[in-house]
Design a protein around this ligand. Structure first.
Ligand code: TXA
Ligand code: MG
Length: 305
């Protein structure tokens, strides 16, 4: 059903292990353009193409360098997006005019089956209204996009809860553009020279990941990052998420058992805080190793206002 909608040029949201995506047939330019409208997404922010089969990568990329091949062998299907030089078949609307395309093969069973039934690569940004936290449940997709898209393929809550690691493989040395569940250490175990992109280097230089320029992951409440004790005067409607129970009282509190659970719960917690009109959300800082690097990246972005 959802795959039929894609084949007929419609928009279908679907679950993946990272967050829910909003899909369209990459070769249908009108459908791809509708994604930007439905999400109110700035047109200069490129989309990721999702495949159900590694063979489809050759329809999307004109070149797969050895590093990208090694990452795909090691981590596909999984929470990783490879930025490659795009083939002429990929319409400019999908890549916001860039000469590259992000390619990802999700590991989630429902996503794989859906993508295989679609038979074409499916471009999909996170299925939220632009600027809101990414949706980790179908209900969050419904809250943001009901009436603006054609269907939601309902699955369970996303297993990871943060968006995929994005790695640019178009130049000699691969660089991380966005942190995710596949950590820098795991990428370096496959390609040791892998680095991290430093945004803002080189005056006037085009940013390598346009999406990171836009505001992201923001609940309405003010977000603060802290470690240790929370001191000072606090607003009454305040919330806490972290690994250790704080000494002060909070109206809503989420104590997570692991960094993985913290990552999985963060965006849903932000949304719940908005529903309760929380004024301030306190997020406990954690070690930036493994999923911790991606988690702290998202929290810091949400705190930037
Ligand atoms: O986990 C994910 O990646 C989810 C699920 C649905 O797959 N998708 C997702 O898409 O997070 P989106 O559109 O919300 O974020 C895509 C990010 C943006 O920061 C965008 O700028 C970057 O990937 N990106 C996409 N194509 C790119 C390209 N050709 N070059 C550089 N950055 C690119
Ligand atoms: Mg997004």
């Amino acid at each position: 059903m959802a795959a039929e909608i894609i084949k007929r040029g419609g928009l279908a949201a679907f679950p993946t292990e990272t967050v829910y995506g909003l899909g369209a047939d990459i070769f249908n330019e009108a459908a791809v353009a509708r994604i930007f409208k439905a999400k109110k997404r700035p047109p200069d922010n490129p989309l990721i193409a999702h495949v159900g089969d590694v063979d489809q990568i050759s329809e999307l990329a004109r070149e797969v360098p050895p590093a990208a091949r090694a990452f795909a062998d090691a981590f596909f299907p999984g929470p990783l997006t490879l930025v490659l030089k795009k083939s002429h078949r990929v319409p400019d609307v999908a890549t916001a005019g860039l000469d590259s395309i992000g390619v990802r093969m999700p590991g989630n069973e429902t996503a794989s089956e859906f993508l295989r039934l679609c038979g074409v690569p499916v471009v999909a940004p996170s299925a939220n209204l632009s600027g809101k936290p990414s949706p980790t449940t179908w209900q969050a997709v419904y809250d943001d996009l009901n009436g603006r898209i054609d269907c939601i393929l309902r699955g369970g809550p996303a297993e990871i809860g943060l968006e995929s690691t994005v790695v640019d493989c178009t130049s000699d040395v691969p660089v991380i553009l966005r942190f995710g569940a596949i950590s820098l250490e795991r990428l370096q175990a496959v390609v040791p020279e892998t680095g991290v992109c430093k945004q803002g280097e080189g005056e006037g230089e085009a940013p390598r990941s346009p999406g990171l320029r836009h505001r992201h992951y923001s609940p309405k409440a003010r977000v603060s990052v802290f470690s240790g004790e929370i001191s000072g005067k606090l607003p009454e409607k305040r919330a806490f998420i972290g690994l250790n129970k704080p000494s002060r009282e909070f109206e809503s509190m989420k104590i997570c058992q692991s960094a993985e659970e913290y990552a999985r719960e963060l965006f849903a917690f932000f949304r719940e805080c908005d529903r309760r009109n929380v004024e301030a959300i306190f997020c406990e800082a954690i070690d930036e190793k493994g999923i911790g690097a991606a988690l702290m990246d998202r929290i810091r972005r949400a705190a930037e206002k």
